[in-house]
Design a protein around this ligand. Structure first.
Ligand code: C2E
Ligand code: MG
Ligand code: MG
Length: 657
């Protein structure tokens, strides 16, 4: 009983390494046909040579039964060869193979021993040879299953002394010794091989694990590279990848798609007023609202900052596109609750269709951008579909950009000056420098146009430098009590280095910084408020004055006045146009004049064209004024004569009074 328990233990299938077990069974499965082939052929050969000498039950029936069993096992293997096994099935299978090897080992060895006495010397040698070669063959077929192989070896080796007893010849004694030594060598080989096999399986497992790890890392990288981490939307890169893929498909199938560009209005204000953390929350909310549009075939992406992209994978009619755009705009214009504050944002969309608007991704994108550009100018918070009118604008835009890029700025740019008057003394107190550009190909280009285009690129920096130098050269010739008012762009105050450059140009001109007023529009402040504030503080510390231009055309003006070191405010001419007829305009001008008085700021009223307007604003308390009524902008060469006449006139008036 004890030996049976031990045998069971030895033959038990360790279930520690499931993967190894499966690998062993898979490898063994490939050897099964060879195993039964060896058994069948070798057994048949021995049975045939003993047909005459041994009884039929021994030379025919037993080998036939064993052969049939082998065939049955072979058929079973054939039917199951491609099945995948569960762990439990594999354990059972391995156990079954071990027992089967044991039983077959006993059966075939026992049969050989029984047959042995019936043959002559040759036949006996054949039986011993049969057992030895069959053992070696089967052992190699079982090389992946260490325990069954060793079990078979034990059974066969233990049966060999039986031949010795039955025959008593020293030849057989030598064979037994020889066979035992070969058996030991086989056991060592099997042991070493099974270790190598296990190592290979482990190495494969480690390799797979490391491949999975690499895959996971590469998936993470892919996600990081293709998703915007703030909103979780696809980023610019994946948006363009999707555009390229769909464009290729559309070109191949003759299909189409639509591209939309969304720009948020009011986002900068949220950032400036409530801080960047609130700005981030607002962007996340924008992402969530876009996703909630949830229509099939739509892809939203964050392209950067407050710019988002939409890809409509199928072709929509213009009406459907406007309707979809309007739904997106409506979703974006609902109030945003960020960190306890209610923020107002809206989105403008520019749409362009492929292939109508452009036959490459870059073209369609550019045209959606052109539609957005037009939308931002005229139809904020609404969808705009790219049209030929935009095409004309875009052509002009690229033409002007091109010319501006290659222009000889020193030769082509010049200034006109428009005086700023004191209504009480009727004397000019300063002059505003207005940039002019004459290009050989384009002729005169309006400042609104070229300045805006130059602001889109960094070309404006060069323009500011050239114009500021020209302006300061003129100021040096004016009476010392006149100041220069010079317009700056947002980019001019977007970094400290740029502010420094302006200060250096003023210093190099020899003009006292106190005679230089820099005009900054409200919209220039919406880019990066903090940066603008620090640049303005630098200009102020250098002794220059600062003026808030076009007051009343943007939003949150009062908050800017309050938080920035301004010396003056220029009331936009839109309030002046109807000041003599519109009481609302009158009230606004009056309250701004009062506000300036209270804050100790100078107030300049721009755009006076009629004596009546001048009379009304004077009655409202205005002193500093500017407009065609007093003087059109004039060339630098005309300023000297103008000033001389103006001063003479005011002297005459003083003397007269
Ligand atoms: P702004 O700074 O508000 O300049 C005043 C604009 O109003 C000038 O137009 C001027 O000619 C015009 N103006 C003056 N009085 C009257 C009036 O009584 N009636 C009417 N209808 N218009 C009047 P301009 O020269 O065409 O300049 C337009 C804008 O372009 C300027 O508005 C300013 O924002 C920008 N700009 C002009 N020169 C420069 C420059 O050198 N640098 C920068 N960054 N911007 C400039
Ligand atoms: Mg101005
Ligand atoms: Mg102005």
């Amino acid at each position: 009983m004890v030996w049976l328990a031990r045998l069971k233990k030895v033959l038990s299938v360790a279930d520690g390494d499931r993967e190894l077990m499966h690998a062993q069974l898979r490898a063994f499965s490939r050897h099964v046909p060879l195993l039964y082939f060896i058994l069948l052929v070798n057994t048949a050969a021995v049975a045939v040579t003993h047909l005459d000498s041994a009884p039929a039950w021994l030379s025919l029936y037993i080998p036939a039964t064993l052969g049939a069993l082998c065939v049955l096992r072979c058929v079973r293997w054939w039917r199951r060869r491609n099945q995948t096994m569960t762990d439990a099935q594999a354990v059972r299978e391995l156990r079954g193979v071990t027992w089967m090897v044991g039983l077959f080992g006993v059966a075939f060895s026992g049969w050989s021993l029984l047959l042995f006495p019936y043959g002559g010397a040759y036949q006996q040698a054949q039986v011993a040879f049969y057992l030895a070669t069959t053992l070696v063959g089967c052992m190699f077929c079982l090389i992946n299953l260490r325990k069954p192989a060793l079990l078979l070896l034990c059974i066969v080796i233990l049966s060999f002394p039986g031949f010795l007893v039955a025959n008593g010849s020293p030849v057989f004694f030598a064979m037994v010794v020889d066979m035992t030594l070969v058996g030991v060598a086989l056991a060592v080989v099997i042991q070493l091989y099974s270790r190598t096999f296990a190592d290979a399986v482990h190495a494969q497992r480690e390799l797979r694990a490391s491949q999975q790890n690499t895959q996971r890392l590469s998936d993470d990288n892919y996600r990081l590279a293709n998703l915007d981490s703030l909103t979780g939307l696809p980023n610019r890169r994946s948006f363009f990848a999707a555009l390229s893929a769909i464009a290729e498909q559309a070109l191949a199938t003759g299909g189409g798609f639509n591209v939309g560009l969304i720009d948020l209005d009011g986002f900068k204000q949220v950032n400036d007023i409530y801080g960047h953390a609130s700005g981030d929350l607002a962007l996340q909310e924008v992402g969530a609202r876009l996703l909630s549009i949830g229509e099939t075939g739509l892809m939203f992406a964050r392209l950067g900052g407050d710019e988002f992209g939409v890809l409509v994978r199928h072709k929509l009619s213009n009406e459907a596109l406007v309707e979809l755009g309007q739904r997106i705009c409506d979703a974006l214009s609902q109030p945003y609750l960020v960190a306890g504050n209610v923020a107002e944002l809206s989105g403008t969309i520019g749409w362009a269709a492929f292939p109508e608007a452009g036959s490459t991704v870059a073209q369609v994108f550019e045209r959606a951008d052109a539609a957005l550009y037009v939308g931002k100018e005229n139809r904020r918070g609404m969808p705009v579909i790219f049209s030929t009118e935009h095409e004309t604008r875009m052509r002009r835009l690229s033409l002007v950009t091109q010319e501006l890029r290659h222009a000889d700025l020193d030769a082509e740019l010049f200034l006109e000056f428009q005086p700023i008057y004191d209504l009480l003394t009727r004397r000019p107190i300063g002059l505003e420098a207005l940039g002019r550009w004459h290009n050989a190909r384009l002729g005169m280009v309006r400042p609104e146009e070229f300045i805006r285009i130059a602001e889109r690129s960094e070309l404006i920096l060069g323009i500011t430098d050239v114009l500021l130098r020209q302006a300061l050269a003129e100021v040096a010739q004016w009476p010392a009590d006149l100041y220069l008012s010079f317009n700056l762009s947002a980019i001019d105050i977007s970094t400290s280095a740029r502010a420094r450059r302006l200060i250096d140009i003023v210093a190099a001109s020899g003009v006292s910084p106190h005679r230089v007023t820099f005009e900054i529009t409200e919209t220039a402040l919406t880019r990066d408020f903090e940066q603008a504030r620090s640049a303005m503080t630098m200009l102020k510390q250098a002794g220059c004055r600062l003026s808030l231009d076009d007051f009343g055309t943007g939003y949150s003006s009062l908050s800017y006045v309050h938080r920035l070191p301004f010396d003056a405010i220029k009331i936009d001419r839109s309030f002046v146009t109807d000041v003599d007829t519109n009481s609302a305009s009158k009230k606004i001008i009056k309250s701004v004049i009062d506000l300036c008085r209270n804050l100790g700021l100078e107030c300049v009223v721009e755009g006076l064209e009629t004596p009546l307007q001048a009379q009304v604003v004077k009655a409202l308390g205005a002193r500093a004024v500017q407009g065609y009524l007093f003087s059109l902008p004039m060339r630098a060469s005309a300023v000297g004569t103008f000033l001389w006449t103006a001063l003479a006139q005011s002297h005459a008036a003083e003397t007269h009074s």
